[in-house]
Every structure is written in C-alpha cells, then in structure tokens.
Design a protein around this ligand. Structure first.
Ligand code: ADP
Ligand code: MG
Length: 225
C-alpha cells in the first residue's frame, strides 16, 4: 500500500515561502495505476520527488508498505528507495558509456565496494529486456538506440528490483506518437503482470486515457477527475 496523508510542500525562496502542495491525501494498493495531469509549474514533479523519497515534504506523511522513508537515516532511505521505488523520467538518463544490459543492472549494484552483479540479476535483466523488445540490443550503447528504445531500456532498469512503486514523470514526453504508444502499451502490460503501483505524470490526454483513474493538480491540490 501507498498511503499519502495530508501532504504539504513549500519551497523556501529568497522572496519568502512558496507553497506548492496542500492537503494531498490518497491511498493506493498494488495494481492501482493513476495519471496525474496539470499545468506546467503546478507541482507534479515536486509530488513525484516526495513520493520517491527524493525530497521531504514540509508536513504530512508518505508510507509505502507501512514504512515512512522520511523517518529513516540516509543509508536506510537510499536502500529503501533502491528496492521499493522505480523511476522513469522524461529523459531516459541511461549512462552513455555502459551497454544496455549494464544500464539495466545498475540498480542491482551493491552499495559496497565489491560491485559485481549476481548471476540471477543478469538473467532477470535479460528477461526484462526481452519483455520490452530489446533482446537484440543488449550489448548496444544507448547512443545506438532510438528514442523509444532508450525509454524501453530505462523501463527495464526501473523494474529490475521489482519495485512496489513505479513513478513516471512524463515518460512519453520526448517520443513520437508511435514510440509513445508503444511505451504506454508496455507500461500497462507490465503493470498488469507485476501489480506494482503505477503513478505517471503526463501532459498527453491520449496516454492519460489509458489509466483507470486520472487526477489533476490544481491550486496546490490533487483532484480526482
Ligand atoms: N528547489 C526549488 N526551489 C524553489 N522553487 C522550486 C524548486 N523546485 C521547483 N520549484 C517551483 O515549484 C513549482 C512546481 O515545480 P514542479 O514540481 O517542477 O512543476 P511541474 O512538474 O508541475 O511542472 C514551480 O513554480 C517551480 O518553479
Ligand atoms: Mg515536471
């Protein structure tokens, strides 16, 4: 379960506090998928960063699987994020010097100095790359892939640790229509099989229409459509 309770966020700026989110509450269970829409600057990315434990709320709480990441120390929080949360951004954020397979394996690297991926991690990465249609591209560098292929590799990377929560920030924003449809279809196929909680920010009404529930960020609040 993801339990978001009375979340508020304000940024402290030289001009004074800048309120972004207020009274955001929601409970999602495994298998739930929601789209979040809203104008540029309305706080969509801010909300995703908080849900992804990348930035702390000003008040309110986030609990994933009963655990509140903002009560953890930095090391424990990083381990929690690494295991429980997958991210897919508008930009694929693949490392250019690594192969597709190595990129997918990055979240499995231990936090210690002995950073050798386990054999079953590699098998899982290959299976995921097969699932996203990239089995013929595992040894390629990101620069040799199309935009849609890069985003599919990034999706495989987001899923390698089988996170409970998958957060997507405009995942189809940089793609042409065909590639965007392809990534969207894949996201939903995988979502059905794995039962993660999928939260995607999007500007695309076509993409949002695929979701069983849509929310809009307006005047700092999250409203159900
Ligand atoms: N670190 C920050 N400090 C001050 N203001 C910020 C910071 N990050 C974002 N903002 C502001 O918060 C608002 C919401 O930003 P963001 O969450 O990125 O919006 P969206 O993703 O909906 O376009 C914007 O007005 C932005 O300028
Ligand atoms: Mg944004």
């Amino acid at each position: 379960m993801l339990e978001i309770s009375n979340l508020a966020k304000q940024y402290d700026t030289p001009a004074g506090p800048l309120p972004i989110l207020e009274g955001v509450s929601m409970t999602l269970k495994p298998g739930d998928a929601i789209a979040i829409m809203g104008p540029s600057g309305s706080g969509k990315s801010t909300l995703l960063y908080i849900l992804g434990a990348l930035d702390a709320p000003t008040s309110g709480s986030v609990r994933l699987n009963g655990e509140d990441p903002f009560t953890m120390d930095e090391v424990k929080q990083a381990a929690f994020r690494n295991k429980q949360i997958g991210f897919l951004f508008q930009d694929h954020c693949l490392l250019p010097q690594c192969s597709v397979l190595e990129n997918v394996l990055i979240p499995t690297l231990p936090f210690t100095k002995k950073a050798a991926p386990q054999k079953d991690d590699e098998a899982r990465a290959r299976a995921l790359l097969d699932q996203v249609g990239l089995s013929a591209r595992v040894d390629h560098r990101p620069a040799e892939l199309s935009g849609g292929e890069k985003q599919r590799a990034a999706l495989a990377r987001a899923l390698i640790r089988d996170p409970l929560l998958l957060l997507c920030d405009e995942p189809t924003g940089n793609l042409d229509e065909d590639s965007a449809n392809n990534v969207a279809t894949l996201l939903f196929d995988i979502q059905k099989k794995r039962s993660n909680i999928l939260i995607a920010v999007t500007h695309s009404p076509e993409f949002a229409a695929h979701f069983p529930a849509r929310f809009h960020l307006r005047h700092r609040r999250l409203e159900k459509e």
